[in-house]
Ligand binder design. Structure first.
Ligand SMILES: Nc1ncnc2c1ncn2[C@@H]1O[C@H](COP(=O)(O)OP(=O)(O)OP(=O)(O)O)[C@@H](O)[C@H]1O
Length: 268
């Protein structure tokens, strides 16, 4: 009865052999990246600074086209942004200053034509998730940086996009808020099973959230070094097994940084 259907197993996103150069005179940022992400999967991309994680996410979002290779979403070529993908950035102060927190979170629903009562209900629920329900009537300039970031997260979660693209969304938050939001996001994901592509530098964050972790090599010409499935029940607590995954990923990340294969003693 609980067997996944064929649709659930099929890839939602197919990244096929993409490479990207900002300029013809520069080496490619990343080269020959291929990756399938399934319907409802939580995929985390880890890798050294500058290896091209954001560049990949921008291409999946449709902000940029790969220099070669292609990206397909539900078998359709990605050529532009669309309502089936919501991007949640780090530290991008993209809130509308003349709207309250609640109105900012409701904004994408208003654009999508959702009726006011439902908009309000969904915005309140998203604000509760990020623990900002009591700040709903404030304006962005009255909030701290971390609060603004949480409003941006709420505004992403309130949409019904099939795919969430999250670029280090918790990077600027204090450790305690970050831990709370990691667990909340994992919980929301379990309930909604939206497909997530999530970028982070933080190995523990990857183990808390991911079904699979893709580890990129250092750039330029970065490649997808390894894919590590995380087979732990949720919510993921700091058990000895959790720590084993963290230790294994530390070894993988360090080999990927050196652009070397994983030493056999470390291989999964
Ligand atoms: N507009 C641009 N023109 C030229 N090079 C760029 C441009 N934007 C980014 N780059 C370069 O492309 C490479 C990949 O950048 P990208 O932001 O995708 O990396 P990242 O893995 O997300 O890094 P980080 O983890 O530090 O955020 C970097 O070396 C960066 O300097």
């Amino acid at each position: 009865m609980d067997q996944p259907t064929r649709t659930e197993l099929a890839p939602l996103l197919e990244i096929s052999s993409i490479s990207y150069r900002y300029k013809a005179s520069l080496p490619p940022v990343m080269e020959d990246i291929s990756l399938d992400i399934s319907y409802g999967e939580f995929f985390v991309l880890l890798g050294p600074s500058g290896c091209g994680k954001t560049t990949i996410l921008n291409q999946v979002a449709g902000f940029e086209r790969p220099t070669s290779g292609e990206i397909r979403l539900r078998d359709e070529l990605v050529t532009a942004p669309g309502p089936d993908r919501t991007v949640i950035f780090q530290g991008h102060d993209s809130l509308l200053g003349w709207l309250t927190v609640r109105q900012n979170v409701e904004f994408p629903l208003k654009v999508a034509g959702v009726r006011p009562a439902e908009r309000r209900e969904r915005a309140e629920s998203a604000l509760r998730m990020v623990e900002l329900a009591n700040q709903a009537d404030k304006f962005p300039h009255e909030l701290s940086g971390g609060m603004k970031q949480r409003v941006q997260i709420a505004r992403g979660l309130v949409t019904e996009s099939r795919m969430l693209l999250m670029d280090e969304p918790f990077g600027a938050l204090d450790a305690q808020t970050r831990t709370t939001l990691q667990l909340q996001l994992s919980d929301i994901w379990e309930r909604e099973r939206r497909t997530v592509l999530f970028i982070t530098h933080d190995i523990s964050e990857a183990v808390i959230l991911a079904d699979r972790v893709g580890v990129m090599s250092a750039g330029p010409s970065a490649y997808l070094h390894s894919i590590v499935p995380i087979d732990l029940e949720r919510p993921r607590l700091r058990t000895p097994e959790f720590n084993e995954y963290v230790a294994h990923l530390e070894d993988v990340v360090s080999a990927a940084k050196r652009r070397e294969p994983l030493a056999s003693k470390d291989a999964a």
